[in-house]
Design a protein around this ligand. Structure first.
Ligand SMILES: O=C(CO)COP(=O)(O)O
Length: 249
């Protein structure tokens, strides 16, 4: 079974009306190769304007949303609000949210399930810190982050999940994981899914890599058998994002 290549651009807390317009012009002028899913995740305040201006060939993602339909949750967004605006994806569990906003893996799993149940697909982010890699606990950390998600979701709901493996030491550092390092963890995650969810889900689920991906290193990474795409930070704000979209072409 071949998994459709998936490239996400996480804009994080970057952008302005003018900067977004320039980036959207670049994206709209680019050719998105057939058989590639492209998704961009602007800050919440720009979701609607980006969705309106961007080619329908590119999907738009939130960077986070909460596990309630509506109500007294100041500062939060409901998945139904995203769906209402044509925002079809959300990130969950990005390492910056785990670190700065103390999101636990259980909370991430709860929000992941709720988003899927309300029509929003999820890019679920996992990955180890430098000290954890150095301690040799990378696999354990990834498994512990995945376990609550696997507990929460039905087999069918995995069709609406992409897993982003983003080693924290590679994010924004320019220290990209080598293709072998990334492949090793992606293969582990797939084997973990086979053992803890099902062989079918393991085979079908896209596992994308994030952490200092750029126009130069993307091709070799994309050639690895278990790397099904990328979640791009810094380079998603630049024209080289177009090169990354075509890494498999
Ligand atoms: O965190 C990331 C994407 O979610 C990766 O960020 P960089 O590509 O800037 O390293």
């Amino acid at each position: 079974m071949s998994r459709q290549f998936f490239v996400g651009g996480n804009w994080k807390m970057n952008g302005s009306t003018a900067a977004n317009e320039a980036l959207i012009e670049t994206l709209n002028g680019a050719e998105v190769p057939e058989g590639v899913d492209v998704v961009v995740a602007p800050p919440a305040i720009y979701l609607e304007s980006v969705r309106k201006a961007l080619s329908p060939r590119i999907a738009v993602s939130a960077q986070n949303c909460y596990h309630a339909q509506s109500g007294a949750y100041t500062g939060e967004l409901a998945p139904a609000m995203l769906a209402d605006l044509g925002i079809t994806w959300t990130l969950q569990g990005h390492s910056e949210r785990r670190e700065y906003f103390h999101e636990s893996s259980e909370f991430v799993a709860k929000k992941t399930k709720f988003a899927i149940e309300h029509g929003v697909k999820v890019i679920a982010c996992i990955g180890e810190k430098l000290a954890e890699r150095e301690d040799g606990t990378t696999f354990d950390v990834c498994a512990a982050q995945l376990a609550p998600i696997a507990e929460a979701l039905s087999a069918e709901q995995w069709a609406d999940v992409v897993i982003a493996y983003e080693p924290v030491w590679a994010i924004g550092t320019g220290k990209v994981a080598t293709p072998d390092q990334a492949q090793e963890v992606h293969a582990y995650i797939r084997a973990w899914l086979a053992e803890n969810v099902s062989a079918e889900v393991a085979e079908a689920t896209r596992i994308i890599y994030g952490g200092s991906v750029n126009g130069k290193n993307c091709n070799e990474l994309a050639g690895q058998p278990d790397i099904d795409g990328f979640l791009v930070g810094g380079a998603s704000l630049k024209p080289e994002f177009i090169d990354i979209i075509s890494a498999r072409a």
